[in-house]
Design a binder for this molecule. Structure first.
Ligand code: NAD
Length: 480
């Protein structure tokens, strides 16, 4: 059985207590590898390595740092096939998605921050009349912690690591225990790229042991976390007495507002993607669809037809649009929401059941599911399901659409489909979310701030926002 290992001080190593966790292949339901169940001691070893590496890495030339990150980016692309296969097997996502989105984006994350750091400028203020000038140093924090989820494993892991390293920090990172494989493979790539020993340390393990050891470590002064809202709240509570800097990218329950005056075909194709891409397991998926009543019936008919045509199957099959859900427990959690549809006043318009894929009978497959609801306060439209399940509901006026969009505890993203500029600007301004898409979805520019409001988190990733997070500003005032 393949054993995934920790990557500490530039070398692969087994966990000190020799405890292991089963890693399942979601398409077969079988255990296919083991990963370390790392202890506090393993985390401490990773911390020590990072601490030792910090003085040299934080003072190395910007160009050298940038070159190494760019090299990691190019090695990720050189290993695209290996990494995409590993991601599809580990996570259950279609290979086509891993090949076209996840792995190229992991490479772009390094490439982007390799260049962004060379453009990251400090502020200076001349204090007129006081004969003084102030400037702000942006020092790296030291050893920082990066903790990521399973839905976009390498994509989100590197989205944190790349800016942390670019800014001169050294890192103790933990990928999700459900999808550890590509983070494991990244260690070797970093070594080959010439990343000095101890600059990046990857410890595998459970959240409440390995992850907990990272967030409780008194000398890991910043934590960048992406995951569930409940975990985020727990991290915030744990970190508060130690005054750790926190970036929390949490859950979402994003509205997709569709107006009759939109570009209908483009909206329909994109809505299919924003509903079911990655089996609906993207924090940005538009799981609450609200449609202007005049096109509601037409939309229902067309959306169901398009959903029916999606090919559900084994992730490595090139024809597959929808792969397996990530784990058995997650599959059951998602299905349990479908099961309460009726008692919550919903009607299942399409899907709603498990699927058996021939040859993969124990895999975690679920039909893409469309549920019509009549009340946006029901659990299906209030709670994050995080699977291939969307609710649909009609609305009549712009203000009603706005109030439906905001009637939720989350505030990550929102999508608006309309060709009316005034309407889209009014909604963009008033929807409570960190990211708004108008007539598109998940179109990303890595320079832009990424993150949510309300229970979707605090802080922003992306561009200089990420570099600001991973540095500590220090003002210097000179009187002359
Ligand atoms: P999760 O919160 O269960 O786990 C995320 C990570 O935190 C994992 O590595 C886990 O091991 C670790 N963890 C768990 N308990 C911990 C603890 N006590 N201390 C330290 N670390 C701990 O989330 P998940 O199920 O892996 O991911 C799904 C969630 O992530 C969804 O809610 C989704 O919306 C969210 N998400 C958000 C974004 C975003 O950018 N806002 C992106 C992707 C996913």
């Amino acid at each position: 059985m393949k054993k995934i290992e920790n990557y500490i001080n530039g070398e692969y190593s087994t966990p000190i207590e020799n405890r292991w966790i089963d890693n399942y292949n979601p398409s077969t339901g079988e255990i296919y590898s083991l990963l370390p169940n790392s202890s506090v001691t393993d985390v401490q070893m990773a911390y020590e390595a990072a601490k030792t590496a910090f003085p040299s890495w934080s003072t190395t030339s910007l160009q050298h740092r940038s070159d190494i990150l760019a090299k990691i980016a190019s090695l990720i692309i050189e290993n695209l096939e290996l990494l995409a296969n590993a991601e599809a097997i580990d996570n259950g996502k279609p290979l086509s998605l891993a090949t076209s989105v996840d792995i190229p984006r992991a490479s772009s994350n390094f490439d982007f921050f390799a260049h962004a750091i060379t453009q990251f400028a400090s502020e200076a203020h001349e204090s007129m009349g006081q004969n003084a000038i102030n400037f702000t140093l942006r020092n790296p924090i030291g050893v920082v912690g990066c903790i990521s989820p399973w839905n976009l494993p390498l994509y989100l892991f590197t989205w944190k690591i790349a800016p942390a390293l670019a800014a001169g920090n050294t890192v103790v990172a933990k990928p999700s225990e459900i999808t550890p494989m590509t983070a494991y493979l990244l260690g070797d790539i970093c070594t080959k790229a010439g990343l000095p020993k101890g600059v990046l340390n990857i410890v595998h393990g459970l959240g409440n042991t390995t992850g907990q050891a990272i967030i409780e470590h008194p000398d890991i002064k910043a934590i960048s976390f992406t995951g569930g809202t409940a975990t985020g709240a727990h991290i915030a509570k744990t970190a508060a007495p130690m005054f750790k800097k926190l970036s929390l990218e949490l859950g979402g329950k994003n509205p997709n507002l569709i107006f009759a005056d939109c570009d209908y075909e483009k909206m329909l194709t994109t809505t299919l993607r924003s509903s079911f891409a990655n089996q609906g397991q993207i924090c940005l998926c538009g799981s609450r669809i609200f449609i202007e009543r005049t096109i509601y019936d037409q939309f229902k008919k067309d959306f169901i037809k398009k959903t029916k045509a999606l090919k559900i199957g084994e992730p490595l099959n090139k024809e597959t649009n929808i792969g397996a859900l990530v784990s058995k427990s997650h599959l059951e959690k998602v299905k349990s929401y479908i099961d309460i549809a009726e008692q919550e006043g919903g009607t299942i318009l399409y899907g709603g059941d498990y699927i058996t894929v021939k040859g993969y009978e124990n895999g975690y497959y679920l039909q893409p599911t469309i549920i019509e609801v009549t009340d946006s306060n029901c659990r299906l439209t209030q709670e994050e399901i995080f699977g291939p399940v969307v609710t649909i509901m009609p609305f009549d006026t712009d203000d009603q659409a706005l109030s439906l969009a905001n009637n939720v505890r989350y505030g990550l993203s929102a999508t608006i489909w309309t060709n009316n500029l005034n309407r889209s600007m009014y909604l963009a301004k008033h929807i409570q979310a960190g990211i708004i898409w108008i007539n598109t979805w998940m179109m990303r520019d890595l320079r832009t701030p990424f993150g949510g409001v309300k229970d979707s988190g605090i802080g922003r990733e992306g561009g200089f926002e990420a570099l600001r997070f991973f540095t500590e500003p220090k003002n210097v005032c000179i009187h002359y």
